[in-house]
Design a binder for this molecule. Structure first.
Ligand SMILES: Cc1ncc(COP(=O)(O)O)c(C=O)c1O
Length: 361
């Protein structure tokens, strides 16, 4: 679906929510603007999330909202962004935004960044003098890697660009700056006629796609790189792990060599945007039967049934938008009472979420 020069628009944007959540208030889409001298534009100082809201028979339902907002808070903590937002306020903001949008399904984008104090402007790298701004926007987003990709799979390449090293840029933080690395991977892939690129880590082991985690199926075992391979701890990745456990499929975190991708029986990407997308070739070497493999199809079916609300999830994964029963984070693993001004919303004593430690061996 991509032209050789990579300029084809990768997705259509049928509908955008005309309001944006800004620091606890709702403002018009057209009023959600920043000064061109804002710190974020020059030094990449933003963290963000990507969350999907699915259409279900009970109305729109946001997929794993607290887990996404928890990762958002973790990213902010890593970058010393000392804000006042709590998990509960962010979750409530996202739910209310979807409610106001009137959309059945959409993609939700929270972002926290270093802005500009126009009365006391600061232009240096030092981020601390710059005020923080927090927004949540939403739009209707189709299939990220193309409509056919979910069924037929995508052709990918190994990127010449490595993923970030753990002591340069933390891959576990979803920061805007990390996506300069992702853009290099993506542009190279598109210009060479591939839908996506897979980056290796600094040791040469498989890391992830420019915007997706990766899974390999060998026989009846599913493997995925561990967090130490410089991956983003994907929420969809964690969902796949839990779905495999529910289906009785053996799933392991393992460092994976590039060549193992070529001889895999099946490969697939996971991600909020890409959902579960099969990979049919790597570097023009056909993977397995060159289409969607059986185990991938089984996991994908299970995943989509959960997101449509047709099958119970292994956990409380859907936050309903239009009922009072919308799932809210509780105190079991989440902190909701940390609204003191100036304090980080994520604290040392907080338990680590299950998805970050699942299957570590
Ligand atoms: C680099 C990268 N890896 C993995 C993922 C998948 O993460 P998630 O499943 O939480 O969307 C994403 C998407 O956000 C990503 O950008």
């Amino acid at each position: 679906m991509f032209s050789k020069d990579g300029n084809t628009k990768d997705v259509a944007t049928p509908r955008i929510c005309d309001v944006v959540w800004h620091n606890g208030e709702f403002i018009k889409w057209n009023d959600a603007r920043v000064h061109v001298m804002s710190h974020v534009l020059h030094y990449g100082s933003s963290i963000f999330e990507g969350i999907r809201c699915y259409a279900t028979k009970n109305g729109p339902a946001v997929f794993r909202l607290p887990e996404h907002m928890k990762r958002f808070l973790n990213s902010a903590k890593i970058y010393r962004m000392d804000h006042k937002w709590t998990l509960e306020q962010l979750c409530d903001g996202a739910i209310e935004l979807v409610r106001r949008s009137g959309m059945d399904q959409c993609y939700i984008r929270p972002i926290l960044f270093r802005s500009l104090d126009e009365e006391h402007p600061a232009f240096g790298v030092n981020p601390f003098p710059n005020p923080l701004a927090c927004y949540i926007g939403a739009w209707d987003w189709g299939k990220y890697l193309g409509d056919e990709a979910i069924e037929k799979g995508v052709d990918v390449c190994i990127s010449t660009w490595n993923r970030l090293t753990p002591n340069s840029m933390p891959a576990m933080a979803k920061s805007g700056a990390n996506y300069m690395n992702s853009q290099l991977i993506k542009m190279e892939a598109l210009l060479n006629g591939f839908a996506e690129g897979i980056a290796l880590d600094d040791r040469g082991y498989v890391s992830e796609g420019s915007g997706e985690n990766i899974f390999l199926v060998s026989g009846d075992v599913v493997l995925t790189p561990p967090l130490s391979s410089s991956i983003l701890p994907g929420i969809t990745r964690d969902s796949v792990i839990q779905i495999c456990q529910e289906l009785g499929i053996t799933i392991k975190e393992r460092t994976i060599q590039r060549a193992a991708l070529y001889v895999a029986d099946e490969l697939f990407f996971s991600g909020t945007a890409a959902e579960i997308t099969p990979i049919r070739s790597v570097d023009r070497i056909t993977v397995g039967n060159g289409g969607r493999g059986q185990i991938t199809a089984k996991i994908q079916k299970h995943f989509f049934e959960i997101t449509k609300g047709e099958r119970p999830a292994p956990g409380d994964w859907l936050s309903l938008v239009n009922t009072e029963t919308a799932s809210r984070p509780d105190n079991n693993g989440y902190k909701t009472d940390n609204s003191a001004k100036g304090s980080s919303s994520s604290q040392e004593s907080e338990p680590v979420l299950k998805y970050q430690t699942a299957l570590r061996d």
